[in-house]
Design a protein around this ligand. Structure first.
Ligand SMILES: C[S@@+](CC[C@H](N)C(=O)[O-])C[C@H]1O[C@@H](n2cnc3c(N)ncnc32)[C@H](O)[C@@H]1O
Length: 221
């Protein structure tokens, strides 16, 4: 069992955590109108764990980030503007900043506790190359076509809103650290179908370490 789960399970138990995470992910993909009802519970769950997140999930480790690293190899050309959704303590966004040194990278999370920890990692960055902000992935504070690449790691996919902010020809990466054992898991076929409806083609899907990734590219208009 990868250590994303046992340390988070608390009273839910590993199976309960996986079941509820999967339920939230499937509802978000198939019935996004349910999100306002789920949001307070999801927010509280992650905000309560923000301080301990890096320790209990090893979020900055090569194993945690492996599927995102592997997916980055399929992102071509290199992006100039990257957004990491549900960034938590920011490790996915920081990885993208290392992978794409010329890109400006934004990380958003609905939990202000998570964002406080992520922002501390970049300090007062005078270049503003990497920045974090509180935002809900179901209603992003960005214009249409704002990003060349949108990534997310271990986060339910808000497909319509994600697709809106990727420019034509831009890429999307959906990754999970523990594959089907990740609470916020959606099957690759479900992801592919949801993005295909919004004009995205599958570029790659695969696995790395214990996790999985899916890469899509938005058709050029
Ligand atoms: C399982 S954690 C993953 C954090 C980080 N990506 C990682 O892998 O370490 C999921 C994160 O997504 C955030 N999240 C869940 N739903 C969200 C939404 N609709 N908008 C923004 N953030 C959300 C949670 O607050 C939490 O920080």
């Amino acid at each position: 069992m990868v250590n994303l789960l046992p340390n988070l399970e608390g009273r839910l138990g590993a199976a309960g955590l996986r079941w509820s995470g999967r339920l939230v992910s499937n509802l978000v993909v198939r019935a996004p109108w349910t999100w306002p009802l789920l949001r307070p519970f999801v927010d509280r769950f992650f905000s309560n764990r923000a301080l301990a997140w890096d320790r209990i999930t090893d979020a900055g480790s090569a194993r945690h980030l492996a599927p995102l690293s592997a997916a980055a190899l399929y992102v071509k050309p290199h992006p100039e503007r990257v957004l990491d959704l549900g960034t938590g303590t920011g490790e996915g966004a920081l990885l993208m900043a290392r992978e794409f040194p010329a890109a400006s990278v934004r990380g958003v999370d609905m939990s202000s506790e998570m964002i406080r920890i992520a922002a501390r990692k970049v300090g007062l960055d005078p270049t503003g190359r990497v920045a974090f902000k509180v935002a809900d992935a179901s209603n992003l504070p960005y214009d249409d076509d704002s990003f060349d690449l949108v990534t997310q790691l271990n986060m339910p996919p808000f497909v319509a809103e994600l697709a809106r902010v990727v420019r034509p020809g831009g890429s999307v990466v959906i990754a999970t650290t523990a594959g089907p054992r990740t609470p916020a898991y959606a099957r690759p076929d479900t992801i592919a179908a949801a993005f295909a409806r919004r004009g995205f083609n599958e570029v790659a899907r695969g696995s790395a370490a214990d996790g999985e990734f899916w890469v899509g590219r938005r058709s050029r208009r």
